[in-house]
Design a protein around this ligand. Structure first.
Ligand SMILES: *Cc1c(COP(=O)(O)O)cnc(C)c1O
Length: 368
């Protein structure tokens, strides 16, 4: 028998979360962001649940090829554009739309031979300071692109740095929204601004919504502004459940310790379980004692240090649990309970994004 660990990908949850995006942003088209192997869910698995999207946005040409291999004929957008001139041939061959964020990408396009002109998204840096033309340079880049025979339509795009900010903070999206509007006021073309946090919180504003929204994390059922709002608040369902089983049970006496470094010490007699999941499966080693976990659908906590292949859990609230009992590290239990990935991420000092993306290749994935 294989190790009992398994990641379940819930296609109905993906489809549900996509519908939530459409509710929040009526009449905007939706780029389902499936970069990083669909945030760890697998391009092929995620496609099952997200095929009602208007397009797919990602970074890697190899991932774009996987989508075309699934017979997806609709738009695919390369969010960072091409990395070298040769990539443009793949864009022509696979019909990929691509972001243009720096001058060299325009130079490469100008010498590219293609029969079918490319659809491009001109990216404007309104304050994130990662990718994009400065607002004052946007107009010239737009003019250069529009004049190229290799270019079909030019769309306009930016990315928010603080869409998840607390409402009373000085951060937020308004200064970037204003910069984008000023830089693009009289330029024709479709617009794309909003990530998950922006579309959930401000999707009722047509300037934020634009023509295309770009949800990523929300599709996978994690809250983009946790802990301000949790996934339940946004009506999201977890798209991934990481499940395993207890492989051993131990009885501790007062003073007994658990795991490497003896970080947990029993104060009274107690039963603990050992679950077949560790940091080599993608479970964060930083999770301290007390990180929530479900055993047989009952909420309990981890104990001591996470090791490579195993983790100890407290069975005080589940006294009947034996080896073979279901353990849910995040997502849904077959007993009905759920554990939001965002709570586990918070315990580890990170975000749901990182946990799902870090799911290890050795964990078998089952699409349900
Ligand atoms: C990753 C990414 C998104 C999606 O962000 P979420 O916070 O996951 O919704 C949108 N736009 C760009 C440019 C991205 O890189």
């Amino acid at each position: 028998m294989p190790r009992p660990i398994q990641a379940l990908i819930h296609t109905d949850a993906l489809a549900h979360n996509l519908r939530r995006v459409r509710q929040a942003t009526p009449d905007a088209k939706v780029w389902a962001v499936v970069k990083a192997n669909a945030y760890g869910h697998g391009i092929e698995s995620a496609f099952e649940g997200l095929r009602a999207a208007d397009g797919f946005a990602l970074l890697d040409i190899t991932e774009a090829r996987r989508l075309r291999a699934l017979d997806w004929r609709g738009p695919i957008l390369l969010l960072e554009g091409v990395f070298e001139p040769r990539d443009l041939e793949w864009c022509s061959r696979l019909g990929l739309w691509h972001v243009v964020h720096r001058e060299a990408q325009i130079d490469w396009l100008a010498t590219h031979k293609t029969e079918i002109p490319h659809r491009v998204f001109l990216k404007i840096n309104t304050g994130m300071n990662r990718l994009g033309f400065a607002p004052h340079a946007a107009r010239a880049a737009y003019a250069r692109l529009s004049a190229l025979p290799q270019v079909d339509e030019v769309s306009l795009m930016t990315h928010f740095s603080d869409a998840d900010a607390a409402p009373d903070s000085e951060r937020g999206i308004d200064h970037q929204l204003a910069a984008f509007e000023a830089a693009t006021r009289d330029l024709a073309g479709e617009r794309s601004l909003a990530n998950s946090a922006a579309l959930l919180r401000r999707g009722n504003d047509p300037r934020v919504r634009g023509d295309w929204v770009r949800p990523g994390i929300v599709l996978y059922g994690s809250s983009p502004d946790h802990p301000l709002h949790d996934a339940g608040h946004w009506g999201l369902q977890p798209a991934m459940s990481l499940r395993t089983e207890l492989v051993a049970v131990q009885a501790l006496q007062p003073g007994d310790t658990v795991g490497y470094g003896s970080l947990f010490r029993a104060e009274q007699p107690m039963r603990i379980g050992v679950a077949a999941c560790g940091y080599a499966d993608g479970y964060p080693r930083h999770c301290p004692t007390g990180t929530p976990v479900l055993v047989a659908g009952v909420r309990t906590r981890t104990l001591g240090r996470v090791s490579m292949d195993m983790i100890a859990v407290d069975l005080t609230t589940v006294p009947a649990a034996q080896p073979g009992a279901e353990v849910v590290l995040w997502g849904c239990s077959q007993h009905g309970a759920a554990l939001p990935i965002d709570e586990v991420a918070q315990a580890a000092g990170t975000l749901g994004y990182e946990l799902m993306c870090a799911l290890a290749g050795r964990v078998p994935v089952r699409v349900v």
